[in-house]
Write a protein that binds this ligand. Structure first.
Ligand SMILES: Cc1cc2nc3c(=O)[nH]c(=O)nc-3n(C[C@H](O)[C@H](O)[C@H](O)COP(=O)(O)O)c2cc1C
Length: 231
């Protein structure tokens, strides 16, 4: 299946057959997920592939027993935790050393990334960053964030969403269907995954073989002319 076919065939499917989804399909999609572009290559995402039947039952319950969750064969939860920049920093620096990356790139990962991903207790360091950026920004173009905890969280969330999109397209390309879900009880899902405070859930993804009437109808989008703005 070519790229555009995969994009066109992907729909949010809410009813699945009893057919299993081989683990190899999920594995391949996860490998595609982590190839997504992401903020400063910090790879702040995590993927919880729910294989325990008990945990899956709890997750379905936390997803408000939605049909997609209830009937799917497999489930993957994509999470975003900005503190994960620490996880990638050391191997990234070793990698940069190994490939003889330019000094500026190493400096970026060693010095700038920790600053970008930190807001400090009570956002105090974030406020300091905001003041400095604001002052410099009076005279020249300047990044306007992320400074504060919420902005840093949003940055990690963007990357996780891109990975989730890679994942669902990779599933579509292999002939299976998905449904991304944000209709869930975050508190319960967080408890199930034992997420630390800085982690957030980007998406719960149901995966399965589409049943008859797996969607309500054809795909609907407002015309391109209304959303594309040529300036
Ligand atoms: C972030 C996000 C959250 C979503 N949450 C749910 C959900 O909780 N339940 C559901 O049935 N569909 C959910 N969807 C699927 C959307 O409803 C669906 O993508 C949209 O209606 C467009 O349909 P299509 O995916 O078939 O093109 C979600 C999609 C996204 C991207």
């Amino acid at each position: 299946m070519d790229f555009f076919e995969a994009v066109r065939s992907r729909r949010s499917i809410r009813q699945y057959t009893n057919d299993p989804v081989p683990d190899a399909i999920i594995q391949k999609a996860l490998e595609a997920a982590v190839l997504a572009p992401n903020s400063s290559n910090t790879q702040t995402w995590d993927f919880y592939w729910v294989q325990s039947p008990e945990k899956k039952a709890k997750l379905v319950h936390a997803c408000l027993n939605q049909a997609a969750a209830r009937t799917c064969a497999q489930m993957v939860v994509v999470t975003a935790d900005p503190r994960n920049w620490r996880r990638s920093q050391k191997p990234m620096l070793a990698f940069l050393e190994q490939v003889k990356a330019p000094r500026i790139v190493k400096k970026y990962y060693k010095q700038l990334v920790p600053v970008a991903y930190t807001s400090g207790p009570l956002n105090i360091f974030g406020l300091m960053k905001w003041i400095v950026a604001f002052a410099i920004g009076i005279f020249q173009p300047m990044t306007r964030g992320p400074h504060f905890k919420g902005e840093i969280q949003a940055m990690a969330m963007k990357s996780a969403a891109l990975a989730a999109e890679n994942f669902v397209l990779a599933i579509a390309a292999q002939g299976y269907s998905t449904c991304m879900m944000e209709g869930f009880d975050e508190w319960r899902v967080r408890r199930l995954l034992k997420l630390r405070c800085s982690g957030r859930i980007a998406m719960v993804i149901a995966i399965g073989k589409e049943a008859e009437r797996g969607t309500w109808g054809p795909q609907f989008r407002i015309p391109l002319s209304e959303v594309v703005h040529i300036i």
